[in-house]
Design a protein around this ligand. Structure first.
Ligand code: G1P
Length: 907
């Protein structure tokens, strides 16, 4: 068989795909997880790791490089007399050699779907075929299941000795370097009727030495439920003095295994399970079921629940249905079936990030669980359109992480609304953090029309850090918990509106020498972390500007729709509303800083608890004046025109107070982020957007990496900006195609009506990712594409949320506007299928919504208009145009029960 990568292909409309020779691509991994908290990563050679969190790894934690460099994998061997043992996972020296050959001895194929992983391996010489399926059942158990099927392809009967071998690490990821050997002394392994259990005596990590109650297990049975015949739990004994996991003595020498009821104390462990010898006749198949995981309870009967073929098949079916149902809430139909299927994998990604956080897949080798503030809010964007039921509460809870100075807690607990004081006492403020909550809340308000949400009360986070972490509140000792109190010691609460105001206004005043908001410890780009003294982020100043303007408009709607004349705010906040309390000049940097310091002085330890009534129009006016001042300031001061005549916005000042973008002795410096927020928020006027697009095409576009790079090559380790300039150019935050920002660029272009340009951005990413020879990733969007064109950090990236949002709200144009339904397609001609249709399924106000466009004359965007709209077969009167608003009153009158079917004619 000739080895060649044809890339993955989708086998049906359910996202299931297959890939030949997957074991010849070294960095592939696939996630397997459930809501109970088991998180696995699996490769085509069954490497990877399985865990429930930082402190409970069943198999040893791996980084991407370890995936194929460690010999530790889930292996399954068959020993045939007079022949070399065969690894069904492909992990033996001969099979590794085979992977490099142009003509392979083994035929290997991956099939995968939501959310299972199947590896099929044929060895014609041996006359054997194996099929291994792994998945994590959707039950409330922390267990992964694996079925191994062996088929005799030859004409002869083959005698086999089958053995499963899964190394058991059984401890915290920290112990990989911290007392790896010493912690093996804690191991207490026991063989039972069905496998190996390891229950270390103590857990030995940063939490201290505690009695351990967790059991790690590897169990197995034949398809009919019959128990194995022998076990080895001691790794040393299994590999022998001269072998290793890819050529273990116990397999190669076909050693005798031990019976049940044996204890092995104080050694590295393995779940090596020997099954009965079999004589496999021509065409015959034999199955083995394995179950392995982490058990926190005492009475989980794995054998009863999972260890036979019927149960396995049943759970696999349940699993496919569960994920299928979940993902069906958002789906797209266009002219390109492969793209529609690819989008299903993108739809899965925000759910995976909810489960894994920003850790626990092999590229995320720094994560210890949880996720950051920014990710918390952005992941909600996708959940808002996929799992909207729980979102109101999550949003409300998340606001309790805001401090009264406008910054927020950085350590986010695992439960909703759980924010912890920074255990390392690191005083860091990311200047963009205050901008995301409003963006997500605005999407929520638009989808739901639930303006009352703004007036819900929530408390504030409090710790010893004040004045944007520049000062310490010595009076705070934490004895009353991490909640802000008033002068009388009562827990203080304010409205969600108040929280949003505090976040955006404190940022508004926190400017540097050039009157842009200070960069502080970094902005969205975590790598811009070395310019806290004089650095400024014009890019995010633009986002704050548009936020403040949008909030001002929403306040007017609050008055108009809800008849609310005034709101109550903490009396200290009046300082920040200077148009009401004593107007300052917004061009005066010192005046801005003074005002902010006054506010900080007043709120340093506590608040008075007194609320004052503010007229809503006056408040809206104050915000509008502030937002406008930002926009004018950037327009007047930050436009760059370089010597080649290209034009764009400067987005940064470095730690020497120097403008970052533009021409320089070392080359042209341009950053995509600076363009994204000036375009998205309307700082750039239409003709400027055109110019910016040409500049991006000139300096940032590179199809080798899937589209638009995050920045040009600065050719300098720019220590007055941040660590990212230490990364080689073209990698991660230094000039890679960084999906998150590139997708936001596409989103911004669509928002501004630059549809062909927006399509180009999104399409170049898709085209690159789906070209397996280049991207070397399974379907889905990675965090970035590196200089070699490889997709990196697949699955766990905020870009997935932004992509879904862009495709649904902008490309298909289905979105909410304070509860009204907007239909405004921005589909290009080529995005309609052969029936000249394009369809999208989503959720709107708790109901399924299916919008079908018919473009009979196959006109392009800009040429077609919406000419007819049917809602559940009833004609809706519309003004022909590019956009139709279906008011909440119209939808209410139609009294729709479950599904809103909308048929839209374009002509
Ligand atoms: C990651 C982080 C995100 C950060 C970005 C740039 O992006 O999760 O918070 O803003 O890097 O530093 P993501 O993985 O979401 O694509």
């Amino acid at each position: 068989m000739v080895k060649k990568h044809t890339g993955w292909i989708f086998n049906n409309d359910n996202g299931e795909f297959s890939l030949d020779n997957p074991d010849c691509s070294n960095f592939l991994y696939f996630p397997l997880a459930n809501e109970a908290g088991i998180m696995s990563a699996i490769t085509p050679t069954l490497h990877g790791d399985i865990k429930t969190g930082q402190n409970n790894y069943l198999t040893a934690p791996v980084t991407s490089l370890d995936l194929n460099n460690t010999r530790s994998a889930m292996n399954f061997w068959v020993y045939t007399p007079n022949k070399a043992p065969w690894s069904l996972a492909g992990n033996s020296p001969r099979q590794i050699e085979d992977r490099m050959k142009e003509v392979r001895e083994e035929e290997v194929k991956l099939e995968a779907g939501f959310l299972y992983h199947k590896i099929i391996r044929k060895n014609n010489k041996l006359g054997l075929k194996s099929e291994i399926i792994n998945f994590v059942p959707v039950e409330n158990d922390k267990v992964e299941l694996m079925k191994v099927s062996i088929t005799n392809l030859s004409d002869e009967t083959i005698s086999l000795n089958p053995t499963a071998a899964i190394p058991i690490y059984a401890r915290s990821a920290d112990n990989i370097r911290d007392h790896r050997h010493v912690t093996s002394l804690l191991n207490r392994a026991e063989t039972t009727e069905y496998g190996v259990l390891v229950k270390p005596t103590l857990s030995f990590d940063e939490r201290g030495h505690k009695k351990n109650n967790v059991t790690y297990y590897v169990l197995g049975a034949e398809d009919n439920g019959e128990a194995p015949v022998g076990f080895l739990a001691d790794m040393e004994e299994y590999i022998g003095e001269s072998g290793n996991l890819e050529w273990p003595e116990a397999i190669v020498k076909n050693s005798l295994f031990k019976g049940k009821g044996q204890n092995t104390d104080g050694y590295e462990a393995i779940g090596a399970i020997r099954f009965n010898n079999i004589d496999l006749k021509k065409g015959e198949e034999k199955n083995y079921i394995l179950a392995f995981g982490v058990n926190f309870e005492t009475d989980l009967d794995i054998k009863e629940k999972y260890l036979n073929l019927d149960k396995f098949n049943n759970e696999l079916e349940k699993n496919k249905n569960y994920w299928g149902d979940k993902l069906s809430t958002l789906s797209f139909e266009s002219g390109d079936n492969s793209y529609d299927n690819w989008m299903k994998w993108v739809t899965l990604q925000p759910i995976l990030r909810r489960i894994y956080g920003c850790s626990f897949l092999p590229h995320h080798d720094y994560g210890r669980g949880g996720r950051g503030w920014r990710d918390l809010w952005q992941d909600l964007l996708a959940l808002l359109i996929m799992e909207p039921k729980q979102v109101r509460e999550l949003l409300l809870n998340n606001y309790s992480g805001v401090r009264i100075d406008g910054t927020n807690a950085t350590i986010i607990g695992s439960k909703p609304g759980e924010f912890l004081a920074d255990r390392n006492n690191i005083p860091r403020v990311w200047m963009d953090h205050g901008a995301w909550p409003f963006l997500t809340t605005k999407l929520y308000l638009d989808q739901s029309g639930d303006l009352d949400f703004l007036l819900e009360e929530q408390d504030y986070f409090k710790d010893g850090k004040v004045s944007r972490c520049l000062e310490t509140d010595e009076s705070f000792d934490g004895s009353l918990g991490n909640r802000l109190r008033d002068v009388n010691g009562n827990k203080y609460t304010g409205t969600i509106l108040e929280h949003i105001l505090v976040e955006n206004l404190s940022s508004f005043f926190n400017v540097g020498d050039h009157n842009n908001i200070k960069l502080e410890s970094a902005d969205w780009n975590d790598g811009l972390d070395m310019a806290s003294a004089k650095g400024e982020s014009v890019a995010f100043t633009a986002l704050y500007g548009s936020n403040i303007l949008d909030l001002s408009k929403i306040l007017l709607k609050l008055k108009q729709i809800k008849n609310i004349e005034s709101v109550y705010l903490a009396e200290e906040i009046i300082i920040l509303l200077d148009s009401i309390s004593g107007q300052i000049n917004y061009q005066d940097v010192a005046a801005k800083k003074d005002l902010l310091n006054k506010y900080y002085e007043k709120t340093k330890n506590s608040v008075s608890g007194v609320k004052i009534e503010i007229d809503i129009e006056e408040l809206a006016c104050d915000l509008s004046r502030k937002g406008q001042s930002i926009i004018e300031h950037i327009r007047e001061n930050e436009l760059v025109v370089n010597k080649e005549g290209y034009e764009w916005f400067n987005g940064y000042y470095d730690n020497n107070g120097k403008q970052v973008e533009g021409d320089n002795d070392l080359g042209t410096r341009m950053i995509l982020t600076s363009q994204v927020f000036t375009i998205m928020g309307g700082v750039a006027e239409d003709d400027q957007v055109k110019k910016i697009v040409s500049s991006c095409d000139k300096y940032l576009k590179d199809l080798k990496v899937g589209g638009y790079r995050l920045n040009t090559n600065f050719n300098e380790v720019k220590l007055d900006m941040g660590r990212l300039f230490g990364f080689a150019f073209g990698h991660k935050e230094n000039g890679a195609m960084f999906s998150h920002m590139a997708i936001m660029y596409g989103n911004a272009l669509y928002k501004r009506g630059f549809v062909k340009e927006g399509y180009e951005v999104i399409n170049s990413i898709y085209t690159h990712c789906s070209d397996f020879e280049k991207s070397r990733i399974y379907p889905g969007i990675p965090e970035y594409i590196n200089e070699k064109g490889r997709g990196m950090y697949n699955y766990l990236t905020g870009s997935a949320s932004w992509l879904l949002l862009t495709v649904l709200n902008e490309i298909y144009g289905v979105k909410g506007e304070l509860g009204d339904l907007i239909i405004e397609p921005k589909l290009l001609k080529q995005q309609f299928d052969k029936n000249k249709q394009a369809k999208v399924t989503s959720i709107f106000k708790g109901k399924n919504i299916k919008v079908s466009y018919k473009n009979e004359s196959l006109k392009d965007y800009g040429e077609y208009k919406i000419s007819k709209v049917l809602v559940n077969e009833k004609n809706i009167s519309i003004n022909q145009g590019e956009k139709v608003v279906i008011g909440k009153d119209v939808l209410e009158k139609l009294d729709i029960k479950d599904t809103i079917n909308i048929n839209v004619e374009l002509s």
